[in-house]
Design a protein around this ligand. Structure first.
Ligand SMILES: [Zn+2]
Length: 289
């Protein structure tokens, strides 16, 4: 076991999270997609249709989830954002234009962060406390920008099975944030996303294939301990066959007595209570000079 203690003596924690990328993800990948009504509707399916179906599933299962939303998508679909918040789920930050922080200057990263926060706060009345980098591509500078702005946690890194405290700089007195790690096998993008000329992963997998992969990781977490964070995109997993399979998985996980299901802000709060020594970032980009 990795030593993390979970509420109720659970073997592991589990969180069903959703990245409501919408149009922003395609536009960031290739601005020319703005010319394609088809591509825009492929992406709009998430906030327009997928989210509503997923909200009903979460309500039936009585679990709280975390929805990461780019500010641009929030501005385009304000009712969707308000509906998610009204259902009691956490609304978290996912950039403004869904551009990778690693391709931006420090000032541009700060601008994306502040613009995204403003968009979400305008719609929900609350500042987000959680952040997930678009395409999970966190920069070395971003933990510091998040800490300065009072964010509680990030969920974009891949170096552990369980959450930990992350100090954004070399000084011992810097306020740490919580890092809640993710990994590529627990994402629906690689299984389901096919968008010609934008992201041609293909072939599209069956829900059974995706669920089998996610369940195997969950069984490993139950065996060794950790925090299983599943990332689904409403424009992908909100489609009927996939949503039905996801609902069956949620029912299955909900019935497991050794798993604590929570939203990411609840997991971050629990991690802070643990009071472990923060890890420090050791930038490696100087090796490129
Ligand atoms: Zn995204």
């Amino acid at each position: 076991m990795n030593g993390t203690e979970w509420p109720g003596g659970a073997n592991c924690a589990a969180s069903f999270t959703f990245d409501v990328d919408g149009e922003a993800a395609a536009l960031a990948a290739d601005p020319r997609t703005a010319r394609s009504l088809s591509v825009m509707t492929h992406q709009a399916y998430g906030p327009q249709v997928g989210v509503r179906r997923l909200l009903r599933i979460l309500e039936r299962a009585r679990i709280r989830s975390t929805f990461f939303i780019p500010g641009f998508t929030a501005d385009l679909h304000p009712t969707t954002v308000r509906d998610i918040a009204a259902a009691g789920h956490e609304i978290a930050h996912h950039g403004y234009h869904h551009v990778k922080p690693t391709g931006l200057s420090l000032a541009e990263q700060a601008e994306q962060l502040d613009r995204g926060t403003d968009a979400l706060e305008r719609l929900t009345g609350q500042r987000p406390v959680g952040y997930r980098a678009p395409m999970w591509d966190l920069s070395w500078e971003m933990p510091g920008l998040l800490a300065e702005r009072g964010f509680h946690y990030d969920s974009s890194l891949m170096d552990d099975d369980a959450p930990y405290l992350l100090s954004p700089g070399p000084e011992a007195d810097e306020t740490p944030i919580v890092e809640i790690p993710i990994q590529w096998a627990l994402d629906d993008w690689e299984q389901y996303c096919y968008l010609p000329d934008v992201t041609e992963l293909g072939p599209i997998q069956t829900p059974q294939h995706a669920i089998e992969l996610w369940r195997a990781e969950l069984e490993g977490m139950r065996r060794f301990g950790g925090c299983w964070v599943l990332t689904n995109h409403p424009f992908l997993s909100g489609r009927p066959g996939r949503a039905a399979a996801l609902e069956a998985l949620i029912s299955e996980v909900s019935a497991m007595p050794d798993i604590w299901i929570a939203s990411l802000n609840e997991i971050a709060e629990h991690t802070k209570l643990g009071g472990t020594t923060p890890r420090q970032i050791m930038p490696l980009n100087h090796h490129l000079k």
